[in-house]
Design a binder for this molecule. Structure first.
Ligand code: SF4
Ligand code: SF4
Length: 380
């Protein structure tokens, strides 16, 4: 008889607002060692992924006497219809609507921790929400939260895949829950719909091609990515939006995930004109803020190109003279497309002043584009 049962933990968790709870063995990740090795060797992992495989699969790094992992999932499939503004807009993934989910889930896990401590004096816990290298989705799968979809998301039959995941490492043993095997069947909707062609096979994702990653990747993006990213400012939901399990998934009412300052379809001109204070006000409370202002502005510049937004011209001219070299480079390029010859004097002036090599290259490319000249790859 343990000091607390799985049923007691589940009951408390459901009452406090957690939608799904499962239990996994801390050893459940060791079997992914070769798969991860293979991903790294084949270039399918991206820069923000932890490169030390052992840290990704070994919960004992984080709690040396861990005996169970409590996996939790909170649905963000909220009842909410996003307005479509009349002006050009950029899209924000559902993961960044409302309050930063990391805070919401840590609060829920903290309540659960206090509950367990009230029953078990010797309980030791470590709480994790996306702030660690462990394979969160694999933990959720092994804890029976849902099955792996071909889009690599965890899909629960009742709640679909719009799920935030969190974990509690615990020094109390619980029998692991049963895994749920895939129910995708012959469906391939997500593979066909993926705009980045990142789903390179069933259950196989090339993170470097994923547009969700592209929206948070710093610096210059390839021409191909610039085209594919469309009007995405933060994240990409396409492979989840098309999934039939999400069409029938339970919708939830959660005030914390209702968009506030940052809208699902946010006015591009406003993002292009963000200063530090306004960025804090609009993006600060959300999970999209961590990548910083300039990356969001870069994405808005790209979105203005891809939506042919002439209203972006004036803010782009200001950015051409701004503090960030790579935003200067990008705005020159965007102006060459949106404003053509009208912007040539501005871009030329910026080009002669520019000291950053990459920004200068983008400006040269912009000037040549306006003049109808070919920009050779060796001019990069
Ligand atoms: S998030 Fe977007 S780009 Fe990434 S795999 Fe899904 S559909 Fe493809
Ligand atoms: S869209 Fe189809 S194949 Fe993709 S995850 Fe959903 S059910 Fe599976």
């Amino acid at each position: 008889m343990t000091c607390v049962t799985k049923d007691e933990i589940r009951e408390f968790a459901y009452k406090s607002g957690i939608d799904i709870v499962g239990f996994a063995s801390p050893d459940c990740l060791f079997k992914y060692r070769d798969l991860l090795k293979n991903r790294y060797e084949n270039g399918l992992s991206c820069n923000i992924e932890e490169k030390d495989i052992e840290k990704r699969i070994n919960p004992y790094y984080f709690l040396k006497d861990v005996k169970s992992i409590v996996s939790i999932a909170v649905s963000y499939n909220i009842v909410y219809e996003a307005d479509s503004p009349k002006s050009a807009y950029g899209t924000i993934s559902r993961t960044a609507w409302g309050v930063d989910y990391h805070k919401v889930l840590i609060n829920l896990l903290e309540k659960l921790r206090i509950f367990i401590l009230s029953k078990c004096d010797d309980a030791k816990t470590v709480l994790l929400v996306d702030n660690n290298p462990l394979l969160e989705r694999a933990i959720a799968y092994n804890a029976g939260i849902g099955f792996y979809g071909k889009n690599n998301m965890i899909i629960n039959e009742k709640y679909g895949s719009y799920l935030f995941l969190g974990e509690m490492l615990l020094n109390i043993y619980f029998e692991p829950d049963k895994k749920v095997e895939t129910k995708c069947g012959s469906c391939t909707r997500c593979l066909k719909a993926c705009p980045g062609k990142a789903l390179v096979g069933e259950y196989k994702i090339d993170a470097n091609k994923c547009l969700s990653y592209a929206t948070i990747k710093k610096g210059y993006l390839s021409d191909d990515t610039i085209k594919k990213i469309g009007t995405r400012i933060y994240g990409c939901d396409t492979c989840q939006d098309v999934c039939p399990f999400n069409k029938t998934a339970k919708r939830v009412i959660k005030d914390e995930f209702i968009p506030r300052g940052l809208k699902p379809k946010h006015d591009l001109k406003e993002i292009l004109s963000l200063n530090k204070e306004k960025f804090q006000e609009v993006f600060g409370p959300t999970s999209a803020s961590w990548r910083g202002k300039n990356t969001m502005i870069r994405n808005a510049i790209i979105a203005s190109i891809n939506s042919n937004d002439k209203n972006a011209i004036e803010p782009l001219k200001s950015l051409l003279d701004g503090e960030s070299s790579y935003l200067r480079g990008y705005s020159a390029y965007a102006l060459s497309i949106l404003d053509g010859e009208n912007s040539l004097p501005y871009i030329e002036k910026a080009y002669f002043k520019e000291t950053d090599v990459s920004a200068k290259m983008f400006m040269k490319k912009a000037i040549k584009k306006i003049r109808g000249e070919v920009f050779e790859d060796n001019e990069r």
